[in-house]
Design a protein around this ligand. Sequence first.
Ligand code: SF4
Length: 652
Amino acid sequence: MSTRTGICNFCGTGCGHLLKVDNGVARGVFASPDHPVSQGRLCVRGWHIHELLSTRDRILAPMVRRNGRLEPVSYDEAIAAAADGLSRWSGDEIAFLASPRSSNEDNYCLARLARTVFRTPNIGLASDQGHGDAADVLLEGAGFPAMLGALTEIRKAKLILVVGGDIAKLNPIVGSEIHRAARRGAELVTLSGRLTQIAKLSGRHLWFKPGTLRHSLAALAKVLVERGWHDASFLRDRAEGFDDFARYLAGLDLAALAAASGLEPAAIEDLARSLAQAPTAMAFFTSGIAGLDRPSVALLFDLFLAAGKIGREGCGVNPVAGICNIVGSYDVGASPRFLAGCRRAEGPAAGRTPRELLAADPTPLKAMMVVDRDEEIVRHAAKLKALECLVYVGAYGNPFVEFAHVVIPSATCAEADGTYTNTERRIQLSRKKIEPPPGVRPAWRICADVAARRGASWPGASAEDVMREIAAAVPAYGAVTYAGLEKGFGLQWPVDAGHPAGTVRFDAAAAPRRLRFVPAGADLGVAAVSKDFPFLLMAGKANYFWHRNNVMKKTQIPKREYNALLLLYPRGFVELAASDAKALGVRDRAPVNVIAEGGSMRVAVRISGDVKPGTAFVPYFIEDMVPGFLNAAGAAIDEDQESAIPVRIEKV
Ligand code: SF4
C-alpha cells in the first residue's frame, strides 16, 4: 500500500488529499494536513473519492457504431472514425462540449481542436453563464477574471456577505472556513431567497423574495451611496465611473426596490452601514452552472467597489466554483466567448455553447464531440439522438454512450498527469497515481491524435509539454512549470515574470489600470405572480447532486444519501411551506402537479421551513422535471439560480 498526494476533484475548492493505492487500485483517502485550503479537512464527497476512482463502471474499449450497435474497434480506427465523422461539418453544424472536471491540459487541447482543426468557435461548458458571467464582470471591473480575494484570506474579513446559493452544501470546506471566521468574530450575513444552510449559520439573513436579488443589491448600493457612506478617497485614487454609477442609482426608487424584494428598509440600511463601516469585507457567491447572472454580479461588484472593499487585504468579490476546474476551463479558452487567457472572443471568433445550439428549433447541429459530460442528455435527448456524428470521450459509463457513434475511453484524473485550477486561482498539479487500463489515454492525447488524423501536427508528447504551450498562450500562467507547481500546493495565478511565486489576491494598488464600475443594465426585471400562477418557484443545486451528476452516483455514501432521498421522494420533490401545503390540502410526499407557462411536472411535496409561503423550491436533479418543464422554463433558471418562475401547484 502506498500513499500519493493529490487533490479532490469534485468541487472547485480543490482540497488536498492523500490517496491510498494498493496494487494499482485506489483503496482509501486521507485529508492532507498541510494543504493551505483544506487544512486537514475533507467533506463527505472528498472522503469517498477513492470509490469513484475504483468503480468498475469504466469505458474500457474504443467503440464505433455499426448497424445501430457499438462494436469494439482499435484505438486508431476510433480516432479515424471520430476525425472523419466530425470533419464533414462546419460552422454551427458542429460543437464541442468540454467538462469543468477535465484538466487544463485536456480542455486546452479540446479548445484548440475545435478552433484550429475543425474551425468552429462553438466550444464550451454546458452553460456559459454562471462562471462566465462572473469572469466577464470581474474582467471589466478589475481586469482580473476570477476570485479577487483568496480562501486563505477569509479569516482577514471582518464582514462576510454570502449571496445566493448554499455555499455550506455546495463547497463545504469553503462554508466551513466562512463559519470558522464567523466563530472568530467576523460578521456573517446571508442574502438569499431561501433559508440555506449558510443562512442558518449567519448572524443576519436578509431573506428576499425569489427573483429579486438585483433589487436587493441595488437597494443596498443606493443607500450606501446616497447616505454618503461610500469610500470617497479610495474611489478618487483607484476607480473610475463612480459618477455614472451614482446617477444610475439616483434613477432608482428605494421604496419600490424594498417593496419588490420584500426586505425591510431598516435591514437594507443596517447592512449598507455595516458594509461601509467594516474595515474589511468579502462577498462570496456560487458561480457554476446557474450561478448569479451578469447584472447581479455587476451590482455586487459595484456595491463592494463603492464601499472601498475591492483590491485590499481581507476584501474582494469572490465567485466560488461548483466543479473542480471551472476556473481553469475558462483560463484555457473552453468557452465560446473567451479565448485562452480570458481574452474576449470577438466577431467570428465568438461562438455559442452546445446547449444554445441544441436549444434552437430546429437545431443547426449535426455533429458534436463531448468530453466527460452528461447533463445535456436530459435536456436534449431527442436532438442528440438525431445527430449525424456524436463522439464521446470519457472514463466512466455515461448516458451519452447510448447515442454516440464513436466512443473513446479516457484516463481518470488519477491515471494521468494534469493541472486543475481551483476557485481561488490555485493551479494544482495532480500526478499520475494509478496506471490506466491498457490502451487508455488522457483526453488531451486523444484530441492531439484526432488533430493528427486531420493533418495537424501538434508537438508535445506529455501533459507537461501541453502546459508549456498553455504558459505561452495564457499570460496569467506565463511562468507556470510542473517543477514549480510541485514545490508546494500549487500557485495562484497570475504566475508570471513579475509574480513567479503566484498572487494571493488582487491588489488594486499594484493593478495596471484603475478599477471600473460595471453597468448592470437598466432593467432589473421581476417575476410576477398572478391568479393563474400564484407561486414563485426557485431551482437550485442539492447537497449531493448537481443535475444527473454522473460522477457522484458512483460513490457509495453520497449515493446512499441520494437514494434515501429518492426512497422518500422517488420522483423528486418540490419544497413548500407548511401553510401552503395545508391550503392545497396535501401532506408531505403527496403528489402535486407543478405547472408553469409552457410546461409541467409531477413531483411529491416536501414540507420545509426553508421556503417562505408563496414560494417553492426544486432541486435540479429531478429527471422528470427536465424534459417537460425545465426546457420550457429553463431559460429563466439557467440565467440565475436566484431567479424565479411563476407557477401553479395543484393537488393530484
Ligand atoms: S469541499 Fe469540494 S474539494 Fe473539498 S473535499 Fe469536498 S468536494 Fe472535495
